[in-house]
Every structure is written in C-alpha cells, then in structure tokens.
Design a protein around this ligand. Structure first.
Ligand code: FAD
Length: 444
C-alpha cells in the first residue's frame, strides 16, 4: 500500500486528485508554486471563467462535492450569437433543462483547495518543483520566497502542474517520453463587461454569448457579481489580428466596426486592452503518462488543449475519476493501474484535442452560418425521434460520459452523413418531412 503521496500543483486537477486520494486513505501533501490564492479577495470578474459540463460534474459527484460547486455556478442553456448589426439569434445546447455551467476558475480553485484541506491534505505554497527522481517518487522544491531547496520523498508523485509541467519535463528528459507542443496561430485576451446597476447582468446571464466573425470571435460568460468575463480569440498576425491593435484609435475602430453592441457595454475598453495580457494557446501531447509505479501526470500536464470545447478542466477531472476507478479495478496495484491509465486515457486526450480544434471552427464561423444552424435542427429532430440511433456530437461531449475518443469517431461519421442530407435539393423547405427522417434512418 502506497501511503504518502506528493502532488505537484494545487490547481483544479491537483486539488480534485488530492480529494480522491485522501478518500482512498492516503496521506497527501500538495506543493504549489504560487502563493495561497485564499489569501486574496477573489473578485469573480478578475478570473477567467470556465464551462463546467457533465464529465466535470460526474467526477465532482463521485467524491460528493458537486452541490458545493453548484453554489458558485451559473447555468447556460444556450448560445446567443451577436451579429455585426447587433442582432441576436440563439441555439439551445441540449434539450429542455440541459445546461453547461459558468464558473470562475479562481473561485472554484479556492473552494477545491479548501475541500482538499478539510479532507486531510496538507498544502504548501510558494514551493516550485525544480527536479524529480521519478522512479523513487522524490521531488525537489525551491521556495520562491527564500530560495531554499528541499527534497520530498513519497511513495507516489503526481504531477498536476499544468501545461508547463516540471514533472512531465523530467519524464521527457530522463525517460524519453514522447512530447510535442503545438501553438496555434491565435492568441487571446480577457476583457470584462462590468455589472449594471445593483449588480444586474447587462446580457442574458444564462447563455454563452458569441460574436462569431469568420476566423476569429469574442465570447462572454456570466459571473455571479453581475459582470461578464469576455475573451477575444484572434489571429496573431494578418487581417483582424492582434498585430494591428496597438493605439487607442486602432482598438476603438476594431471594436466599433466589428463588435458594435459589445463596445457600448465596456466603458474602459482601451484601459483594459492595454493592461490585460495577450496570451497564446497550444496543445500538449505526451506519452506515456507514468514511470513505473512511482510517478504519474494528470490534467493539463498530460494533455493541455485549446479551450474551444470548454473541456480542458472537464477532461482533467475525468482523469481523476478514471484513475480512482482503475485503482479499484487493480486493487491498488499501482503499476498495473498506471499502465492502463496511460493506455486508456491517451486516445481520449487525443479525442478531446481534435474536438477542441474542430469546435473552434464551429464557434467562430459556423454558428453564423444558416446552413449549419439548419443542420443542427435536423440532427436534433432526428435525435428526439430516434434517441437510440443518434446522439448529437455536442450532447455526447458535454452532456454524457461517452469517451472523447468514441465521441470524436461517431461525430465524424455523423458529419459525413449530414453532408449527404444537407445536399438534398430544397432541404430548407423539406427538412421536417418524413422523407428526410427516413433518409437519415437508412444512413445510420
Ligand atoms: P492548471 O490549472 O494549470 O494548474 C496547475 C497548477 O500547478 C497551478 O496552480 C500552477 O501554479 C502549479 N504549478 C505549475 N508549475 C509548478 C511547479 N513547477 N511546481 C509547483 N506548482 C506548479 N476548461 C474547461 O473545462 N472549460 C472551459 O470553459 C475552459 N475555458 C478555458 C479558457 C481559457 C482562456 C483557457 C486558457 C483555458 C480554459 N480551460 C477550460 C482549460 C482549463 O483552464 C484547464 O484545463 C485547467 O485549468 C487544467 O487544470 P490543471 O490543474 O491541470 O492545470
């Protein structure tokens, strides 16, 4: 039995993993590079917010903390699209009552660290992992305040230290694990729509707002305090890119022409623009995710993805649940468990990365395309008539626990079929007819 566990990183996945491991009876110590977030007053609008969906909830439920998280979450039942003229159209995410949830990353992180601590985990802050002996589960930490180093020995080392993982770096360096990092050609910047009078929301808070503009987009998710955290995703270079957005006038012109109904909601746009950083986005691929029975990586450390399906954290939470399930299956034989964990999770992380890239095109481009919206309506009608034959891709990813790898495979097959349906003459007029539903029955 492995008693002592060191977790590197007290982010969302490290904290949840600590809760799972304390519940299994292990002594867990977490070392976090940053200072304790709990020492700061968290303003919802000062953190990015994330969409939490079924897989995330399933993992939280398994350790009995979903209700606590629900208290800081806002349901989003639909997308609302804002066109260049400020006109709105909407598309439900699922069936009646189905929602994904907006949650502040910082608030969620604080809550999860508190729960981990209550469950018996010990947390140390300002401790940066700088080296590790992965076969011995020994990690070296440097205190970022007083620059002292210490070596911590445990029975198991878990790297939950995000996309720039120091634990993964050791796996790659010392064990030649496969590793690839691909940055995409788009960057992002956060902007805030402040709350209206008395903390009211200036847009519908129960929707994810999208300003789709071809190869770029702006999105907004509600916060509990009435504000919205918005993110502009735009190319690094070229037309409509960050490159040309430097002076106050350039920023003003860009937003006034391209996002006219957004600009009037943000009084201090340029101040935010010049203060908030522009950050890049990329995909981490690595394999395997373990060294013997002594070290593993989890969450973004193993499979960071781009945020366009809102699945990075959800996939990391799912890692924790599956790891726990595999430990049960292998009766705490860590070596067997980790071997299967790497093998089973890798195709799913590939799946979620493919899905994330594909959904970028859907969000920024297709949500403004009437033909795409019609295709989604047809799929929905067919799914409601024949639920055993068809689950829409978005539903598979966001409202079920079907593996990402399967969702991706089925989704690609469905897309091919739908191309054939959409090429039916007059599809706009006859899409609700029996003929179309029958044609789909024959194709599935
Ligand atoms: P992290 O959150 O990165 O946490 C890692 C922790 O480890 C941090 O606390 C860090 O300080 C610490 N650390 C790092 N290095 C060291 C070290 N050497 N020593 C000690 N500690 C260390 N996901 C969703 O599911 N839904 C969304 O809607 C969504 N939207 C997103 C929007 C944007 C703009 C971005 C960038 C991401 C989004 N994500 C979303 C992804 C999500 O934020 C990540 O998948 C999630 O935070 C990963 O959690 P993690 O704990 O694995 O890593």
């Amino acid at each position: 039995m492995k008693n002592e566990i060191t977790i590197v990183g007290a982010g969302l996945v490290g904290s949840l993993c600590a809760i799972y491991m304390t519940k299994r009876g292990h002594r867990v110590t977490i070392f976090e590079r940053r200072k304790d977030l709990r020492s700061e007053i968290i303003t919802a609008g000062k953190s990015i917010n994330l969409a939490l969906s079924e897989r995330g909830w399933t993992a939280l439920k398994k350790v009995g903390i979903d209700q606590q998280v629900m208290k800081i979450a806002i349901p989003m039942y639909k997308r609302i699209m804002h066109d260049m003229g400020g006109n709105l159209s909407e598309q439900p995410y699922g069936n009646q009552g189905q929602a994904i949830y907006s949650v502040s990353r910082a608030q969620l992180n604080v809550l999860m660290m508190e729960i981990a601590e209550k469950n018996g985990a010990t947390l140390h802050f300002n401790e940066k992992c700088v080296d590790a002996n992965l076969e011995e589960a020994v990690a070296t930490f440097e205190n970022t305040k007083i620059a002292t180093k210490q070596e911590i020995s445990a029975d198991l080392l878990i790297g939950a230290d995000g996309s720039l993982s120091a634990v993964r770096e050791q796996m790659v360096k010392k064990y030649q694990h496969e590793y690839e990092y691909n940055e995409i050609g788009h960057d992002y910047k956060e902007l805030l729509i402040p709350a209206g009078e008395n903390g009211t929301h200036l847009l519908d808070k129960n929707a994810l707002h999208i300003w789709p503009r071809g190869n770029f987009m702006l999105i907004a998710l509600a916060n509990l305090d009435g504000s919205f955290t918005c993110t502009l995703f735009a190319p690094k270079k070229g037309k409509n890119s960050f490159e040309g957005l430097n002076s106050k006038q350039e920023v003003k012109n860009y937003f006034t022409t391209i996002f006219p109904d957004f600009v009037c909601l943000v009084p201090n746009l340029y101040q935010q623009w010049s203060t908030n950083p522009t950050s890049n986005l990329g995909i981490v691929k690595t394999f395997p995710w373990h060294v013997k029975d002594a070290s593993i990586i989890i969450g973004d450390a193993a499979h960071a993805t781009v945020p366009f399906y809102g699945q990075g954290m959800n996939a990391g939470f799912e890692d924790c649940r599956i790891l726990d399930k595999l430990l049960d299956k292998h009766e705490d034989n860590f070596e067997k468990c980790f071997h299967e964990y790497s093998k089973v999770r890798k195709p799913n992380s590939d799946g979620v990365q493919d899905l994330s890239m594909q959904n970028f095109v859907v969000m920024r481009d297709k949500t403004a395309d009437p033909k795409f919206l019609l295709q989604k309506k047809i799929e929905k009608k067919f799914a409601n008539l024949y639920p055993e034959k068809w689950t829409p891709l978005y539903t598979m990813v966001s409202f079920t626990n079907i593996s990402y790898a399967d969702a991706w495979k089925i989704g690609m097959k469905q897309e091919k079929m739908m191309q054939s349906i959409m090429s039916t003459p007059n599809i706009e007029e006859i899409w609700e007819s029996n003929e179309i539903m029958q044609k789909m029955c024959c194709l599935v």
